[in-house]
Design a binder for this molecule. Structure first.
Ligand code: CA
Length: 270
């Protein structure tokens, strides 16, 4: 569906001309001739963008902008009547995204609208695309993993495994499932490859001692879940983290699972 633009402006001729141009550019348009109506439509009609004049009957554009921002992040472009720096600064401080100075070129306004709407769409896409847990962020589209904002260099297979597990937190996947999802059915390298990759992923995304993201479900497989590090002063786990062991019985594990270590305790047990 085409994007909906709300024009809040009391100059009838300007609204008419602008509405026509915006419709020709493919937008749906609604308009309000005064501040209170503009505020109401901005909140009730959920427009994709608001073009907001400053000089308005009932309530000025600054106040409308301020009140919209209490409830909504809709992009706002202010129309300033003159190239008045104060108007511009006040508008931007109140949360407007951009401004154009009257008299303005409609094509320039539409270019700015497009830039803002593209940015908003990108931000929405990023938010949808990202998996966040604790310090860890996985961007599926950009195939990028960060821990506490720092990029982590995962190999493509490591990334695929992490993304596969993280897409369904707390769900246990067997090594066969992981193999098939990441390597495909024609891979004969054995389940050991999964263990090796999981170990490397853990080493790379360990944000702080004791915090863990990829866990072992004993005898079953692996799962993704964020378990923060135990609080300072809590009894630290001795030796290896239980999550570091492989799930299968065929894996040599030095110590086996322990019970009662905060943070790393395995809910599924051996
Ligand atoms: Ca006006």
């Amino acid at each position: 569906m085409n994007e909906l633009v709300l024009v809040v402006e009391d100059e009838e001729a300007l609204v008419k001309g602008l509405s026509l141009s915006l419709k020709q550019a493919g937008y749906r348009v609604i308009s309000a001739p005064d501040g209170p109506t503009g505020l109401r439509l901005a909140l009730e009609q959920s427009p994709d963008l608001v073009i907001l004049d400053i000089m308005l009957p009932g309530m000025d554009g600054f106040e409308v902008c301020r009140r919209i921002r209490q409830h909504s992040t809709v992009p706002i472009i202010m129309l300033t009547a003159r190239s008045d720096d104060v108007d511009v600064i006040v508008g931007l401080e109140l949360g407007a995204d951009d401004y154009v100075t009257k008299p303005f070129n409609t094509r320039e306004l539409i270019a700015r609208m497009k830039a803002i709407l593209r940015r908003v769409a990108r931000e929405k896409e990023d938010a949808r695309d990202a998996i966040r847990a604790g310090d860890l962020e996985i961007s599926l589209r950009r195939r990028l993993v960060t821990v506490a904002g720092k990029p982590v260099a995962l190999t493509p297979k490591e990334f695929d495994i992490l993304a596969y597990l993280a897409a369904q937190p707390e769900r246990v996947f067997t090594r066969e499932q992981i193999l098939h999802a990441v390597w495909g059915y024609d891979f004969y390298g054995g389940q050991r490859a999964v263990d090796v990759h999981i170990r490397r992923i853990r080493e790379k995304i360990q944000s702080r001692p004791g915090a863990a993201y990829v866990h072992t479900s004993w005898g079953k497989g692996y799962y993704f879940a964020y378990r923060p590090a135990p609080l300072a002063g809590a009894q630290p786990a001795a030796g290896d983290h239980p999550a570091d062991a492989a799930p299968g019985g065929d894996e040599p594990t030095a110590t086996g699972p322990r019970v009662g270590t905060a943070g790393g305790q395995d809910p599924c047990g051996p």
